[in-house]
Design a protein around this ligand. Structure first.
Ligand SMILES: CC(=O)SCCNC(=O)CCNC(=O)[C@H](O)C(C)(C)COP(=O)(O)OP(=O)(O)OC[C@H]1O[C@@H](n2cnc3c(N)ncnc32)[C@H](O)[C@@H]1OP(=O)(O)O
Ligand SMILES: CC(C)C(=O)C(=O)O
Ligand SMILES: [Mg+2]
Length: 528
């Protein structure tokens, strides 16, 4: 074993295998509550994932909605190196829709899934064993006519009879699938069981040597990464995972943890990935900023404390020899604490340098915009922290920008009673509207006054605020979800004043509504 556990990929020996990283942050990750992204945000994330070096980007489920279709198509158009994948049920319409969305891709994959476990066959699909085999095989055959790379997933594979799963996979290979995925859909398995399952499939699936075996683990019992690693140890050649482990329920296996476990314990796994590990922290932080999530301080690899030492005995050890308490080098995962303090006396060089370290390379116009907003922020805050800079660099979601902007806001809370707020909004067509309302707390009052001003029906559903830096003048990022016509819409806003941050989040929502109303009106006019 390497004493410092800092083995690099170039030291790999000849026996090592290349494990493919299949990222499903934009599909399984995005389909879970709290992580939805607009098309522009997904596109931005897809570029970052490509830069990170993932092999496959599962960009969405094209049949799910027009928005998902458009997102997959935009990613397939712009992202040229990574393979772009679209999910489809074992149904012709799903498959043809996925193929249309993927049509511009340089490298495309259609991913078909069908549940195989007794529970799903009987209670969900109402299909016999033979019907499942036939449905999967005919779906794969149709997909192979439209795309030269087809993956098949046996949903709930872990709770499927092993001999039957081997039969389904053998039929899938015969029908043309090139990757066979074994999902632990409900996060039920254990590492020993997963190892045994992959080893069993390697012994019993006909034609298995022609395909890549893949694994897709969920974290319901907190074992998704351990289970993925066990599958790799047993011979799986592809791991499906998400950044920060976001995904259905308790989430998916976390990409950064699988990748760094393979790298750090190369002595055990003898496997490498194509991930540029120094991009892990910046890419994970970009995701957190786009979806307004907080990365727990103690999160492995990318959390703020992952390389922090506070206790004296540890500090003493690290000062003598870093490897006493660190099994990875912070710089290998993109974690570099800056000693430069940015404030109102800082110039463009220091800001550009810091942004680059954080993973943001902006074009001249975008940089000048960030610089101007940075200076304005410095007038409101003594010190500007990394979180503040990331919020400035991520900027506003273009699909939520304009036409309404906030000109004036006043909010007051009354002890033991309700709160009140008044706003003045400016529309890009020149209209100015002032309104006031009372509510259950200042955020609700702000929401009601904005809703009244723009004449739309909104009810507060959820509200959260997270600090982007340290100290009493830290900026807050508000994430607010409101109910509108039976849908929950989410908006985000950043300010040193949390009520103003909430107002900006409400404005994102009303701007989204106005954009979609305009799109519908344009489409109707075009049809006439
Ligand atoms: C384990 C996973 O992560 S699977 C992916 C889960 N992700 C999602 O569901 C997000 C996107 N989903 C959606 O937008 C919708 O569910 C849609 C558009 C796909 C389908 O919507 P609807 O047609 O209204 O169907 P609904 O979702 O209510 O029910 C699912 C239907 O698909 C069928 N189905 C489920 N899985 C499969 C499959 N793999 N292959 C074929 N049919 C399937 C069900 O039996 C059910 O059929 P029925 O309508 O004949 O009863
Ligand atoms: C669609 C499949 C691969 C899935 O997400 C699961 O089974 O968890
Ligand atoms: Mg899943």
């Amino acid at each position: 074993m390497n004493a410092e556990n800092t083995t690099t990929d170039s030291e790999a020996d000849v026996a090592e295998r290349r494990v493919l990283v299949f990222d499903t942050t934009l599909r399984d990750g995005e389909q879970s509550p709290g992580f939805s992204m607009s098309r522009a945000q997904k596109l931005r994330m897809a570029h970052a994932l490509e830069e990170l070096g993932v092999d496959v980007i599962e960009a969405g489920f094209p049949i799910a909605s027009d928005g998902d279709f458009e997102s997959v198509r935009a990613i397939a158009t712009e992202v040229r190196h990574a393979r772009i994948c679209g999910l489809a049920r074992a149904q012709v319409n799903d498959i043809e829709t996925a193929a249309r969305a993927l049509q511009p891709a340089a490298h495309a994959r259609i991913h078909i899934f069908l549940a195989t476990s007794p529970l799903h066959r009987e209670h969900k699909l109402g299909m016999s064993k033979q019907q499942v085999v036939d449905t999967a095989a005919s779906a794969i055959r149709r997909a192979c006519e439209l795309c030269d790379d087809v993956e098949f997933s046996a949903e709930d594979a872990i709770r499927t009879e092993p001999d039957y799963l081997a039969e389904v996979f053998s039929a899938a290979i015969q029908a043309g699938a090139r990757t066979l995925n074994t999902p632990d859909t409900v996060g039920y398995t254990t590492p020993a069981e997963m190892y045994e399952r992959i080893a069993y499939l390697r012994r019993h699936v006909r034609g298995v040597e022609q395909v890549v075996l893949s694994v897709h683990c969920h974290d319901d019992l907190g074992m998704s990464v351990a289970n993925s690693l066990a599958a790799i140890a047993a011979g799986a050649g592809q791991a499906e995972c998400t950044l920060l482990g976001i995904g259905e329920r308790a989430g998916n296996a976390s990409l950064e943890e699988i990748v760094m476990a393979l790298r750090t314990r190369h002595d055990l796994y003898r496997a490498r990935t194509g991930i540029r590990t120094e991009r892990l922290q910046p890419t994970a932080r970009l995701l957190a900023n786009l979806v307004g999530a907080t990365i727990p301080r103690n999160k492995a690899i990318v959390g703020e404390n992952a390389f922090a030492h506070e206790s004296g005995i540890h500090q003493h050890g690290v000062l003598k020899h870093r490897a006493t308490y660190e099994i990875m080098r912070p710089e290998d995962v993109g974690c570099a604490r800056s000693s430069l303090v940015l404030g109102k006396h800082s110039g463009r060089h220091a800001l550009r340098d810091r942004l680059k370290t954080l993973g943001y390379t902006l074009d001249e116009a975008a940089f000048e915009d960030v610089f101007a907003r940075f200076k304005a922020l410095c007038d409101r805050k003594k010190e500007v922290h990394d979180g503040d800079l990331e919020a400035l660099a991520v900027g506003r979601d273009p699909e939520a920008a304009g036409p309404w902007t906030l000109e004036h806001l006043h909010a007051a809370s009354h002890l033991g009673g309700s709160a009140s707020a008044s706003v003045r909004l400016l529309h890009e067509d020149g209209r100015r509207v002032s309104e006031a309302a009372i509510g259950d707390g200042p955020v609700d009052a702000v929401l009601r006054s904005v809703a009244r001003a723009v004449g739309c029906d909104l009810a507060l559903h959820e509200f959260s605020i997270r600090a982007l830096g340290e100290g009493g003048d830290a900026q807050g990022q508000a994430t607010l979800s409101a109910r509108h016509e039976n849908r929950n819409l989410t908006g985000r806003g950043v300010s040193t004043d949390i009520v103003e941050a909430a107002a900006l989040a409400v404005l994102e929502i009303v701007n989204r509504i106005e954009h979609s109303t305009q799109r519908v009106a344009t489409a109707l006019a075009a049809n006439h």
